[in-house]
Design a protein around this ligand. Structure first.
Ligand SMILES: [Zn+2]
Length: 400
């Protein structure tokens, strides 16, 4: 027997191996119907999982904040099924939940275009309406590799190989369609509801490595309720209006171009404004702060220590730079010599490029880098370096 403690503190015993669904049904059919997963000792798991040990149990319904990740995860599976139904032969790779939604990467000769998204959404609604239960099987590595190889899913074969030996290999079915997945999932596709939207398509390298094949990625989002989706889409629309990349161009202040990711190409008006702000900040901070200046490009060892490399690797400007040569010099040279896009304003004034955005930082007096702990120091230093705009480090005691 296992002793289960319910949220109201009540404790009951059940035979070991009883599933969450059995328990919910035993309490009331309506509870079983509205429950999409359960939490055992705080960890969300499949409602169909057999319970083998004493635990605190909670039933999770669609409106529970913990269900949001499940809704999005399930939607990603349905997206993959829809894509394979519409374009047989497309290979599926990975489809994780991310901030504000999910994506799924597909291997296909013709990349998706935005016009495909409404077609895929329609197919997804059909799959959701079928309301097929999510069921789980555990497969051996050999079986999984064989099945995926036979289906022509070579990326999945690679994924199976990457799963550590001590982990169980789980396959989740929704009707006939299945995917390799850690789970958990809700009880059926119908629980997803209709508050989802596919947002955009993008290219992405397999495993984020430019040496690997280019995949085509579809981003989407999903919510428990339509009002939440509407509010999110409205928020995105408003953010788009205020997008600095768009405003920079429209106001003729600055622009970005893909040859220099994250680096600002200032136009005359923008640069004047930027300098005015710097001058203002210098005046305001003059009494309390000492100004320092640090390079923007450094050996990757520093970014590994700071954690930026692991998190933002794809967004870093990378390149082999002689160890003795300043990375920043190399970058400036690249911009000045090879300015590839027509930008009459910048080309007319190449001297502006010899002064990229001011990387100076100000450190409050008395708060030298030494005042950051040994472990925090690389982060603090990296932060100094990472910002192209003046930044103020607040840690440490100010000497007035
Ligand atoms: Zn999954």
């Amino acid at each position: 027997m296992v002793a289960l403690t319910f949220p109201d503190g009540a404790q009951r015993e059940y035979p070991a191996g009883t599933t969450g669904l059995d328990i919910a049904k035993g309490i009331s059919p309506s509870l079983a119907k509205r429950t999409v997963a359960m939490a055992l000792n705080g960890t969300v798991v499949d409602l169909a999982d057999p319970i083998q040990a004493d635990a605190k149990i909670e039933f999770v319904n669609r409106e529970d904040p913990r269900a949001l990740e499940l809704i999005r995860h399930d939607t990603a599976h349905v997206l993959a099924e829809a894509v394979q139904a519409l374009w047989p032969g497309t290979q599926v790779t990975i489809g994780p939940v991310i901030d504000n939604g999910f994506y799924y990467d597909f291997a296909r000769n013709d990349p998706f275009v935005p016009e495909d998204l409404p077609v895929i959404e329609k197919k997804m609604r059909e799959i959701i309406a079928r309301d097929k239960p999510f069921t789980r099987e555990e497969w051996s590595r050999e079986k999984a590799k064989q099945v995926f190889r036979d289906k022509g899913e070579n990326f999945k074969v690679e994924l199976v190989d990457a799963i550590p030996e001590d982990q169980t290999l789980k396959i989740y079915y929704q009707g006939d369609w299945f995917d390799l997945c850690r789970g958990p999932h809700m009880t059926s596709t119908g629980k997803i509801g209709n508050a989802f939207k596919l947002m955009k398509v993008a290219g992405a390298y397999w495993r984020g490595d430019s040496k690997n094949p280019m995949l085509t990625r579809i981003y989407g989002t999903a919510f428990a309720k339509q009002e939440e989706l509407d509010a999110y889409l409205k928020q995105m629309e408003e953010a788009e209006k205020r997008d600095h990349r768009r405003l920079g161009r429209e106001l003729d202040l600055f622009h970005f171009q893909e040859e220099g990711p994250g680096v600002v190409f200032w136009h005359a008006k923008g640069w004047t404004l930027f300098q005015a702000i710097i001058a203002y900040m210098r005046r305001r901070l003059a009494g309390d702060y000492d100004e320092v200046n640090a390079p923007q490009m450094l050996d990757k060892a520093l970014w590994e220590t700071s954690g930026h490399w692991q998190w933002y690797r794809e967004k870093h400007v990378r390149g082999a730079v002689g160890r003795r040569r300043s990375g920043r010099q190399a970058l400036v040279r690249h911009q000045a010599d090879e300015l590839p896009r027509p930008c009459a304003d910048l080309q007319a004034r190449p001297h502006q490029l010899s002064r990229p955005a001011d990387p100076s930082c100000r450190i409050r007096r008395g708060a030298s880098l030494r005042s950051f702990g040994r472990h925090a120091r690389p982060v603090a230093r990296a932060r100094l370096h990472a910002r192209r705009r003046p930044c103020v480090l607040h840690r440490g005691t100010a000497r007035r």
